[in-house]
Ligand binder design. Structure first.
Ligand code: NAD
Length: 502
């Protein structure tokens, strides 16, 4: 497990993970099996991971329940915080190795992942500082009744994560859940389980009591669905597809499960004619192709005010050709492959739909077939101009490196197009007019709006979606609330209770 990672996307001996992490121990799957993890840069297996099943989820939930009622519950907040700071430090020290492993598992570019994981260590530090801050209130009612509230962990939390940015989505889930005092059972994506198991190793080294953090890789339809149905799990926190969230809601009915969802986006990135065009183009092109388009926050709909439309189209065409697409472990690479074969096919089929619907393909549009990249899941940075917001490529989440350029006239039309979507996760706008920045940003139906920047996140700033993009917030103090229950205690200062049957 601790062997050095092969530092290039080349065939190597399979990296083997034999064990799930349950109740503080490394255990073989009871009713699952093993699965090969594919390196999307080569299309070849590079690791073998355990896949837990229903019985494994059962014992992970039992271990988490035990932790909830045992030493973790009794541990003072400042001690829980100290443990979590140690965990954050372990992550910071392991950032390079984690980045290499995650890069092989999901195809993310090494320099982006290293920066992200280093930032995640800070997120964990910040969440650690919340561990003793879940404070209640004293409520004045009348002199013979003393009333106060205390905040309690909601119970065991099931975290279900996707393959696009596995460690980041895990961080913003388990960070606040553990801060609230909830033990966690993490079920990572079947495509990207390696770094979840590495995280378990770091949690073990940090000294978390058994059962506080459990990792059970497995398939969605078996391990994932069982976690959702499990009566011992109080809340599911999930990032992924809206269709999966709907299935989860159905599966959660019998146990009245509570859910936190982060379900994707189709973000408008609005360029007004008065913007600093150089900066706006830097952001708009970076945010079309970052992580090969596989992030729900990216600005896949670029709304361009008519006077600068032709110039921006031209700049997009030029920038698309200049993107350094390559092996994700190469430090010079800026864009890697799609994370798996299904996603590659999905992106290529959306590109065909864009063509069929009459959008003008001005750059890219194909799988990359050069000898070095042909076996991996690489797609050219792709740009459609002349897109109309009713077209399928402007309405559905592609999750590929595909920018849709949409012209508009004036503020009202920009706002109307921006909001004409089922999603509402993020949005960006570029303007030098402060009044416009305020007017427009406050009318956009999105949980996060960036002005003259894009994709900036901080641990203390709430992040999450309006509309079909999700429920609850994953960062900031707001992220604690879903994992807490309020208990109200009323104490009579007289102890008098009338006999109602006299
Ligand atoms: P998905 O929603 O199917 O899977 C995400 C996670 O949910 C995985 O861990 C999976 O095992 C689990 N899961 C699947 N079915 C489940 C079930 N019935 N019960 C419990 N858990 C279940 O997403 P995907 O297959 O990884 O990707 C499909 C599409 O979702 C992508 O093409 C993309 O458009 C979108 N996506 C969105 C995000 C996002 O950040 N919002 C992330 C990844 C993928």
């Amino acid at each position: 497990m601790d062997s050095a990672v092969e530092n290039r996307n080349e065939p190597c001996a399979l990296r083997r993970y034999e064990h799930l992490y349950i109740g503080g121990e490394w255990v073989v799957p009871l009713d699952g099996g093993y699965s090969e993890s594919i390196d999307p840069a080569t299309g070849r297996p590079w690791a073998v991971v355990p896949m837990g099943g229903v019985a494994d989820i059962d014992r992970a939930v039992a271990a988490a329940q035990h932790a909830l009622r045992g030493p973790w519950r009794r541990m003072p907040g400042h001690e829980r915080a100290a443990l979590r700071r140690r965990f954050a430090e372990e992550i910071r020290e392991a950032a390079q190795q984690l980045a290499e492993l995650e890069s092989r598992d999901c195809g993310g570019v090494i320099r982006d992942l290293r920066a992200s994981i280093t930032a995640q260590a800070q997120y964990y530090q910040w969440f650690a500082s919340l561990a003793d801050k879940a404070q209640g209130r004293t409520i004045p009612i009348d002199s013979d009744m003393h009333v106060f509230t205390t905040m309690e962990p909601i119970g065991v939390v099931g975290a279900v994560t996707p393959w696009n940015v596995p460690l980041f989505t895990t961080c913003v889930k388990i960070g606040p859940a553990l801060a609230a005092g909830c033990p966690v059972v993490l079920k990572p994506s079947e495509h990207t389980s390696v770094t979840a198991l590495e995280l378990a190793r770091l949690a073990h080294e940090a000294g978390f009591p058994p059962g506080v953090f459990n990792v059970v890789p497995g398939y969605g339809h078996s391990a994932g669905a069982h976690l959702v149905k499990h009566p011992g799990v109080a809340r599911i926190t999930f990032t992924g597809e809206g269709g999966t969230a709907r299935k989860m809601l159905h599966d959660g009915i019998a146990t009245l499960k509570r859910f936190s969802f982060e379900l994707g986006g189709k973000a408008p990135h609005i360029l007004f004619a008065d913007a600093d065009i150089d900066q706006a183009i830097n952001a708009a092109t970076a945010m079309a192709w970052r992580n090969c388009g596989q992030s729900c926050a990216l600005g896949s709909r670029v709304l361009i005010e008519r006077p600068i439309y032709d110039r921006v189209v031209d700049l997009f065409r030029q920038r698309a050709k200049a993107v350094r697409v390559g092996m994700p472990l190469d430090e010079a690479t800026r864009m890697g492959p799609q994370a798996n074969e299904a996603q590659l096919k999905k992106t290529l089929s959306y590109i065909q739909v864009g063509r069929d619907d009459g959008a003008e393909l001005i750059a890219g549009g194909h799988r990359i077939e050069t000898p070095e990249l042909a076996s991996g899941y690489f797609v050219e940075p792709t740009v459609f101009a002349g897109v109309n917001n009713q077209m399928c490529i402007a309405r559905e989440e592609i999750f590929g490196p595909v920018a849709s350029l949409i012209p508009f006239d004036g503020e009202e039309e920009a706002i109307a197009i921006a909001n004409d979507t089922q999603f509402g996760l993020t949005a960006g706008l570029w303007t030098r007019d402060l009044g416009r920045a305020l007017r427009v940003s406050q009318r956009i139906e999105a949980g996060m709006v960036w002005v003259n920047t894009y994709n900036a996140t901080r641990w203390s700033a709430p992040y999450g979606g309006f509309k079909a993009s999700g429920w609850d917030r994953e960062m900031g103090i707001d992220a604690l609330a879903p994992f807490l229950e309020t208990r109200t205690t009323m104490i009579s200062t007289t102890g008098q209770f009338p006999n109602l049957h006299e």
